[in-house]
Design a protein around this ligand. Sequence first.
Ligand code: PLP
Length: 430
Amino acid sequence: MNDYFYYQDNQFYAEQVPLTEIAAQFGTPCYVYSRAALTDGFRQFSEALQSREHLICCAVKANSNLAILNVFARLGAGFDIVSGGELQRVLAAGGDARQVVFSGVGKSIAEICMALEAGILCFNVESEAELDRLNEVAGSIGKIAPVSLRVNPDVDAKTHPYISTGLKQNKFGVPYDKAVSLYKRARDLPYLRITGIDCHIGSQLTETSPFIAAAEKILALVDELAAAGIRLEHIDLGGGLGIRYNDETPPAISDYVTALLGTLRERSEKLILEPGRVLVGNAGVLLTRVEYLKHGEEKNFAIVDAAMNDLMRPALYDAFHEILPVDRQPSPQSSPASGRGGERERHSSIYEIVGPICETGDFIGHNRNLSITPQSLLAVLSAGAYGMSMSSNYNTRPRAAEVMVDGNAVHLIRERETVQQLYAGEKIIL
Ligand SMILES: *Cc1c(COP(=O)(O)O)cnc(C)c1O
């Protein structure tokens, strides 16, 4: 819970709108975002960075809904993309191609062409082979590709191994020891223009020290490059700042930025950051309804209408999301006189919160103490990042609707998918 998602009179709200109203109007499962929360996160970055030239490139993969990208674009954001599809989303959302950095280890020729035609700020190059491909493609269409090398600083981000990216054994970036020679090589390639350097060491980091360690190593390289006559226009220190899901205590945005600025001291290069999760994670919840309560011999299950296809993080990373009842009114005392309490009676118990998908890994939360009925609405918190953007159609489940709350207004920002949309491209053979 935060300033934007909270209880009032035992009803859970997003800004000024009770979630029960959203469920009644748009159905469940449904992602609910707070525009004010999105704006607030972005402003914290821009205020902390105001003393120096900077660009905040929101990581599109954390949440790529056009309305969300548009909120950030209007605040002056740039974007960090990892595919041609994300570039198209940024452009469709009103983002500026000249503020786009393109990361990722597997950029295709078609994606490189599209990004060159659009005129992006730079390619965050992740290998020597990519440098060559970029040079060739740019030459073939008469363009010069702006290049930053993503350097792997070999720093332990101390996060989940699946979202740790800055260690030698990871697939990301170019090795630290090879960086200078690769820059020299890039300098000699005719269709490249060196503009910067970047790193991104992982996601959901809850301490500042690995960021600082990585920054120091990158800055040492910047000096080495300068000594070799290679001057950079920008330094991009990536994203990765964590959020509170459960009992984590990540640094505040301002403290994190201040710590980074401390490492940069008098340098004049523009600072780029690529935050994702921290901007959107706690700006969204997943609203779901209990379908069945199943009281087993060893465990009690609350089977809800959201599943691993809607929110994959628990199944993928064993991630924790807080789950709260949308209506937490104490249930009226059931007495024999009140007759058959029937289905509506609340069952206070320890539940496994699971979805309808045919996988044991399909859970949203383990061992949650909840007082609920079949039909209760639940809010799965901290679902704004890597929720909808990682969703799938497994079990032919149409993707959830998405809405954005803005004060007392609710806007549908993505319609619930239909099953017809899911198989529209499929053909039965004769
Ligand atoms: C995913 C990613 C980000 C954003 O990471 P968060 O942990 O969501 O802040 C930034 N940069 C790159 C290159 C990424 O791959």
